[in-house]
Design a protein around this ligand. Sequence first.
Ligand code: MG
Length: 255
Amino acid sequence: MRLCRFMDKGRVHQGVYRPASPGQDQGGVLLDEAGLPHDPEGVVWLLPFTPGKILGLALNYKDHAEELGLNRPEEPALFWKPNSALLPHRGTVVYPKGVEFMHYEVELAVVVGRPMRKVRAEEAMDYVLGYTIANDLVVRDWVKNTFRPPIRAKGHDTFLPLGPFLVTQDEVQDPHALWMRAYVNGELRQEGHTSGMIFQIPEILEFISSFMTLEPFDVILTGTPKGISRVRPGDGMRLEIQGLGALENPIEEEA
Ligand code: MG
């Protein structure tokens, strides 16, 4: 199921999006909790769920590590993404004043469904609730030292668009077999495939849960492939992952 939340005529709804056909992203219907249809273009999209803690992986695609001129990590390279950075589908990303190089990152986000502590890779997928699309926005100017957590560079308000749906695991046959794309103003800028992950989801969950309890609705961003490029105020980003829909967000300069 593609679960979502939205506001229409001042009321908040828990919704379901029914694609026109399996795997199709366009032309489906948006239904509220009573089964009544709403116009997907006319509603205000909200986060599809309220995330718990949010962790990201740096350099989890070999081609992206190469584009940055960095070595592939020996173990998952984790960082925090603050919940205050969350932004729903169609929300406006703030472009901080005076910044030179800000870029998007299309990422498969894993949503935890059950408490996890010291779970082995072989069983880890049983703990996954589903998936969504994340945009792990970064100000590259502020990444001074790759051994320091990039809290400012990745933690700015609005730097974590997430959604539009929480797609339950039963609808995603293989999360390591999905194409992913990022468009800026309609131009294809980033293209990759989740098969390119260095550490796959079961290993990531085993690693994190070996020292930290993961809880329902915790989110893990699994990294981005090659293809980062500069975005500017006035640009519109559209991130797509196969079977998960499209996450769209405009960028405006900080007031
Ligand atoms: Mg990233």
